[in-house]
Design a protein around this ligand. Sequence first.
Ligand SMILES: Cc1cc2nc3c(=O)[nH]c(=O)nc-3n(C[C@H](O)[C@H](O)[C@H](O)COP(=O)(O)O)c2cc1C
Length: 414
Amino acid sequence: MKRVDDFRLRFGKQELVPIVIGGMGVDISTAELALEAARLGGIGHISDAMVQTVSDTRFDTKFVSQKLKQYKANVASSDKSDVHFNLAVLEEATRNHVGKTMEAKRGDGMIFINCMEKLTMNLPRETLRMRLTAALDAGIDGITLSAGLHLGSFGLIEDHPRFRDAKLGIIVSSPRALAMFLRKNARLNRLPDFIVVEGPLAGGHLGFGMDWAQFDLATIMGEVLTYLKNEHLDIPVIAAGGIFTGSDAAAFLEQGAAAVQVATRFTVTQECGLPDKVKQEYFKANEDDIEVNTISPTGYPMRMIKSSPGIGAGIRPNCEAYGYLLDANGKCSYIDAYNREVALHPTAKKISVKDKTCLCTHMRNFDIWTCGQTTWRLKDTSKRLDDGSYQVLSAEHVFRDYQFSTDQKIALPG
Ligand SMILES: Cc1cc2nc3c(=O)[nH]c(=O)nc-3n(C[C@H](O)[C@H](O)[C@H](O)COP(=O)(O)O)c2cc1C
């Protein structure tokens, strides 16, 4: 039986360990985590979700409070259509986050940025163009376009000097989505450098409906590989979602994947951005503590731990400070759900909104505990300490376990 280290991901002449740590917003996949993956010869992701907030935390900028101050008068209003992002600030924050990360990069691996196209920011095209352009300007090795795959994204940056040299990839969950993307972009004469095929067991938002359990990654990956073969296209395919052990990963590589993208096992590493207390919640979770629900205002199902504090919370929408999910008309389904509850309970001091969540605020505060389906197995990857808590792992330990383990074994920390 082969192990992951018997394979290499090839981009032209460059060879990488075929392990990609997936993007996890907001700053769950930190620069530190991505840098470890690159140092170890694989690929790490930072995320550009709510990058102003990330810049404030990392570099002591004041972007969020400045935006809130600018729109303070609007806070009590249910109409958020006037709340806009300053594109120069968005550019500066992206350049800070990406530029400083790239400066710190060591080793032979690469660092990509995960760009979720559902962050529509009340001006979808312009903000997306700025996010992509600023990341390329700041030297990112590659961009992974995800959540809501906007078919025109490549076109937004076709004039950028790095359009053909940076690695640009997409996340899809079906051959159909891939075919649509390729058709739409045929005129650019520029194929994606990689395709992440994400199955239904992944964390974050899912590219499936609530019938996600009827699909499985190996089948979808097989369909995508067949599609590419029939089209005579040679594009590396990266399998993602539910790959928990080195042996799971090796099986996908043997099936024809060029690499695997993994995330859940890294949520309990020191380098991961989740607060320590939340990491323990991930360790402790049992299978029936995990659900896929429809409370994300993006409209995509999302997987999370049921006891996430953000589920059912009824906080006032915080779009003046954040507002990343405002659509092109300044609307977000959480605002509607919140206003409905306020109207139904006019005298209540505190309300609860069950069907939607204020995702920006709760992801920012690590109060929506999104996770992969295999989270309940994390307790088997570590040791219990005397105080009953689980030992947080190093990213290097988990990375090397994926790289070298065989026979479904999971190495425990020393
Ligand atoms: C906590 C968490 C947050 C995630 N956030 C994002 C995200 O912001 N954007 C994205 O494209 N994928 C996101 N994902 C999906 C991962 O990048 C990855 O593709 C997937 O989870 C891999 O499967 P695994 O977690 O079973 O290893 C997230 C996953 C987790 C576990």
